[in-house]
Design a protein around this ligand. Structure first.
Ligand SMILES: Nc1ncnc2c1ncn2[C@@H]1O[C@H](COP(=O)(O)OP(=O)(O)OP(=O)(O)O)[C@@H](O)[C@H]1O
Ligand SMILES: Nc1nc2c(ncn2[C@@H]2O[C@H](COP(=O)(O)O)[C@@H](O)[C@H]2O)c(=O)[nH]1
Length: 221
């Protein structure tokens, strides 16, 4: 018998994948493509006090709450993070994230820089992967916000004013992608996620593989 140096197999904890960008750079579009690529990925549906846009469905894009209900969730400790963005409250409910990551599933967040910071510093923040999406130019950012056709001129102007501040947080992220061509950016995003999933810390099953290889070495002696 060898004295097997390999520790027992720990369960895999899911990754917290954080996407941030200035409004309109394309993170929601990219998040949808990532979800379609990997049905095992769980999207963290945020709660917000902002009113629904046309086509948005309660519980799919957001949980739409009034301020009192939102603050009650915060007071009850139900939010992993929360922040005021463009004058509205946004937050990520903690329980679905805990359940998914405990079951080994990765969770995708579409949050601003404040949310990104809070998630990284949270109890669940040990295994995070954070990616910041930059627009190729400021005129293109504004063009995308207008082309989306969802927000008033005043809302677009407010979001453009905040974009410089949001962009200033790019160095806090693990990766930065310039979203010029959507298909190319999607491919890069998938490459990053695939590579991060191959980190030793993300592959507890390797312990069994190495154990098996050691047994095979012994059988040859
Ligand atoms: N690479 C791209 N080239 C051209 N248009 C794009 C590109 N990426 C996204 N878009 C478009 O830009 C608009 C804004 O994208 P999206 O809603 O994904 O931005 P966002 O970063 O999630 O914004 P918000 O923070 O306001 O939710 C959408 O109409 C989307 O189709
Ligand atoms: N800190 C958090 N930010 C969030 C969350 N959900 C969304 N967001 C960010 O808000 C803005 C605006 O989103 P929109 O849907 O109104 O266009 C954008 O930057 C999102 O990333 C959250 O739970 N926490």
């Amino acid at each position: 018998m060898s004295n097997d140096p390999v520790p027992p197999t720990p369960a895999r904890r899911g990754l917290l994948i954080i996407l941030s960008s200035p409004s309109g750079a394309g993170k929601t579009t990219l998040a949808r493509r990532l979800m379609a690529w990997d049905p095992g990925l769980r999207f963290s549906v945020s709660a917000t006090t902002r009113p629904p846009r046309a086509g948005e469905v309660e519980g799919r894009e957001y949980f739409f709450r009034d301020r009192a209900a939102f603050m009650a969730m915060v007071a009850a400790g139900q939010m992993l993070e929360h922040a005021e963005v463009f004058g509205e409250l946004y937050g990520s409910p903690a329980l679905p994230v805990e359940e998914a990551t405990l079951a080994g599933r990765d969770v995708l967040f579409d949050v601003d820089w404040q949310g990104g910071q809070q998630i990284r510093n949270s109890m669940l923040g040990k295994h995070t992967l954070s990616i910041f999406i930059l627009p190729p130019s400021i005129p293109e950012l504004e063009r995308r916000l207008r082309a989306r056709g969802q927000d008033s001129d005043a809302v677009i102007a407010a979001r453009m004013r905040k974009s410089r501040d949001e962009i200033s947080h790019w160095p806090e992220y693990d990766y930065v992608l310039v979203n010029d061509d959507l298909d190319r950016t999607e491919k890069k995003l998938k490459t990053i996620v695939s590579a991060e999933r191959m980190r030793i810390s993300q592959q507890p099953g390797l312990v069994e593989v190495v154990r098996h290889l050691n047994r095979e070495f012994e059988a040859r002696q």
